[in-house]
Ligand binder design. Structure first.
Ligand code: DGY
Length: 351
């Protein structure tokens, strides 16, 4: 068993896959689309709800997801569970989709509200953990941590070299933060420790973050042209899809590094590959891609100046447990006919 599965083993023993959907009709059923860490499953069970736990590490395929949602009163879902809007009216008992994530681009909150279904997320709790990881990616790419480690294991370390694995200096450089929400602000705080000059874009200025970090609100073109590192922290919406494409990449410095821990589709990936090949920018660090997982033959994997990780920026042990517990708390509230603590829509009327 791989190390990352160990924390889930207890749950897998206590909560069994419920079998064909519909078997638990007598009780309130919560469909949980993956084994989750922390106390969330115990908390749901302690409140008297039956848990329909999808087995294994892979997401339920679309047909299975639909069948289980049709039989459920509540769903605890992941960002990788795409819920088609037209499915929601066809789930007669479903009252809440509680995403174990701050993002919710896998479900349409307006369509859910129209069907009487709450959608909830897990804000706040993952901002620092995600910012930690985004900074790790920035450092890893700037200082060639991954490339040099691979080379060392392959026997490439022959002597101390004044020219080997030269990277970009992070200390004292200019950082551009695209999207100054909770995660962007946490990232800016970390940049202060590296004496970075911080520029940012967001729909509205954030005076409190400016006062705390010295960040300056600028236009996106100005940010792209002036930054040594550009880190993306926007949610995926109609207006941020493809936000960084050929024209934007062309504005960046040839020495610049792009870091993305938000959603893959915020960056036009074909344009990114072309920019990396052409030397328009120096490198990229991507925790999110389009699609996920990124197919192994993808051109991004062929580029030496790219670091790709498997959407793990929020994967701190305590953070992921807390995310699951917040999702469970949202479900418990809705099933008790209360407003959930973290709604992203408001069904009128709720079911
Ligand atoms: C989120 O919360 O939206 C992340 O992408 C998954 O942690």
């Amino acid at each position: 068993m791989s190390d990352r599965r160990l924390p889930f083993s207890t749950h897998m023993q206590r909560f069994r896959y419920a079998g064909p959907p519909g078997r638990l009709l007598a009780m309130t059923t919560v469909f949980v689309t993956r084994a989750i860490p922390g106390q969330a499953l115990s908390q749901l069970a302690a409140a008297g709800h039956a848990i329909d736990l999808w087995p294994g590490e892979l997401p339920p395929p679309p047909d299975a997801l639909a069948a289980h949602l049709r039989a459920a009163d509540a769903a605890l879902t992941m960002v990788s569970d795409r819920i088609p809007p037209e499915l929601l009216p066809a789930c007669p008992k479903l009252r809440v989709v509680a995403n174990m994530a701050v993002g919710y681009d896998n479900v349409d909150p307006a369509a859910a509200a129209a069907a009487g279904v709450w959608v909830t997320n897990t804000p706040g709790v993952l901002a620092d953990t995600t910012a930690d990881f985004a900074f790790a990616l920035l450092l890893a790419t700037a200082r060639q941590v991954v490339a040099s480690e691979r080379d060392t294991r392959a026997g490439g370390w022959k002597a101390w070299s004044p020219t080997a694995f030269l990277g970009a200096d992070v200390y004292g450089s200019t950082l551009g933060v695209v999207g100054m929400g909770q995660i962007g602000a946490a990232f800016a705080r970390r940049a202060q420790g590296f004496a970075m000059r911080i520029l940012y874009t967001s729909r509205t200025p954030k005076p409190a973050v400016e006062a705390e970090t010295g960040a300056r609100w600028v236009s996106l073109p100005e940010l792209l042209a002036a930054s040594d590192f550009v880190s993306i922290h926007t949610p995926l919406t109609a207006s941020t899809r493809g936000l960084i494409s050929t024209a934007e990449l062309a504005l960046m410095r040839p020495s610049a590094i792009l870091v993305n821990t938000s959603r893959g589709a915020v960056v036009d990936q074909e344009a990114l590959v072309a920019a990396l090949r052409a030397g328009t920018i120096a490198g990229a660090a991507l925790d999110v891609t389009e699609p996920e997982p990124l197919p192994l033959g993808h051109p991004l994997f062929m580029l030496p100046n790219v670091v790709v990780t498997p959407h793990i920026a929020s994967a701190g042990r305590a953070t992921r447990a807390r995310m699951a517990e917040i999702a469970a708390a949202n479900i418990l509230a809705v099933l008790a006919r209360k407003d959930p603590p973290n709604p992203v829509n408001r069904p009128v009327p709720p079911r």
